[in-house]
Design a binder for this molecule. Structure first.
Ligand SMILES: NC(=O)c1ccc[n+]([C@@H]2O[C@H](COP(=O)([O-])OP(=O)(O)OC[C@H]3O[C@@H](n4cnc5c(N)ncnc54)[C@H](OP(=O)(O)O)[C@@H]3O)[C@@H](O)[C@H]2O)c1
Length: 338
């Protein structure tokens, strides 16, 4: 198939591109040439800023397009106008952040989506990201009517992740000693290896599947306890876990998701219970957690030896995630026992 990726040189898109080439597809990538320079010489690279002139896409026809880099609906509409009927299937990478709330466990694709007070806003922040992705979805369904798939990934993890979130846990467990384990071991957690998400997306592009799909993992429910214990056993059995009361952590100003990445306290943990039955029924396969842990560790090691900046050398600077060792030690020393 002839596949167009809008993006494709950083993390999720990079895995889609890699697997597409392995599967023998003819690949076109639209990007600005900033991320991952030199990647995929066998692909047709069309250099353009999608926020500007899309003349770079004036020539060509594609069986499918996968759009990993749309954040505001104007970008989806402009792409649709540039491509017209020259693409047979369009897949938008959205996010589970589109949901208006996670009041209940098990949110499925029929859950209400966020509505922005000002739909003309174009500044992407933690507050506007989900509402803007919801508007991108609506723009996509309208502009690519009858040939559109919207996927809503949860937390994407694994090699090439520029956010450092899951990777922080990998490196923390490797460092060893007493590791602060937040809250309760039975708190649910969900994430998907970006390579598994990429494989599912390619399958749907090949089959021209339409509709809306949550896309996270694993297939069987996972808890923080199982995640961290598997990480410990896989990466560093000499490390120990010390579970610390979630209210204590919140009272100390520890920020879930950023100070302790991936972790959400009980009140917000429904975000990690999204219903993925539709994705599983259409071929989603999640690799064993041990493989994601090991591969992320190997990738992070290579990055660290290649550059003193560590992971994320290609992308823009990101805020640091994860507790500093001294702060973790203080929290462990002062946490209530028992
Ligand atoms: N990370 C998560 O946990 C998570 C969770 C849910 C959903 N998502 C969604 O998943 C997607 C993740 O994307 P990714 O970064 O992994 O994908 P990617 O396709 O690997 O990287 C982003 C690509 O977009 C290109 N790009 C960025 N801005 C551009 C512009 N203005 N014009 C043209 N090209 C542009 C970049 O190349 P250049 O820089 O060279 O232009 C790069 O190739 C996003 O849509 C995100 O909202 C992520």
């Amino acid at each position: 198939m002839k596949l167009l990726i809008i993006g494709g040189t950083r993390f999720l898109g990079r895995h889609i591109a890699e697997q597409a080439l392995q599967r023998g597809h003819r690949l076109t990538l639209l990007h600005r040439g900033r991320s991952g320079p030199g990647l995929f010489p066998q692909a047709d690279h069309r250099l353009a800023d999608r926020d500007g002139d899309l003349a770079a896409l004036a020539q060509g026809e594609w069986d499918a397009a996968i759009d990993t880099s749309a954040y505001v609906p104007r970008q989806v509409r402009a792409l649709a106008a540039a491509l017209g009927s020259r693409v047979a299937h369009y897949q938008l990478v959205s996010s589970i952040s589109v949901y208006a709330s996670f009041d209940r466990a098990g949110t499925d694709e029929n859950g209400a989506t966020a509505v922005l007070p000002d739909p003309s806003v174009e500044t992407v922040t933690g507050e506007t990201y989900g509402g803007l992705k919801a508007l991108c979805e609506q723009a996509a369904m309208w502009a690519f009517a009858g040939r559109c798939l919207v996927n809503r990934p949860g937390l994407l993890v694994g090699p090439h992740d520029p956010t450092g979130r899951f990777t922080w846990w990998v490196q923390r467990l490797q460092r060893g000693g007493t590791v602060l384990a937040p809250g309760r071991p039975d708190t649910p957690v969900q994430f998907i290896d970006a390579r598994d998400a990429a494989a599912w997306m390619l399958l749907q592009a090949e089959q021209h599947t339409t509709g809306t799909f949550n896309l996270t993992g694993p297939a069987q429910a996972l808890t923080m306890g199982h995640f961290l214990e598997t990480g410990r056993q896989t990466l560093n059995p000499a490390a120990t876990l010390q579970w610390v009361d979630e209210q204590f952590l919140l009272d100390q100003g520890v920020a879930p998701w950023s100070d302790l990445p991936v972790w959400l306290p009980t009140a917000q943990a429904n975000l990690h219970t999204v219903n993925i039955a539709r994705a599983l029924a259409t071929g989603l396969q999640c690799r064993p957690l041990q493989d994601t842990l090991r591969d992320t560790a190997d990738w992070a090691d290579q990055q660290a030896s290649a550059s003193p900046r560590g992971p994320d050398t290609n992308g823009p600077a990101r805020p640091a995630v994860g507790l500093a060792p001294e702060r973790e030690a203080t929290l462990l020393a002062t946490a209530p026992q028992g």
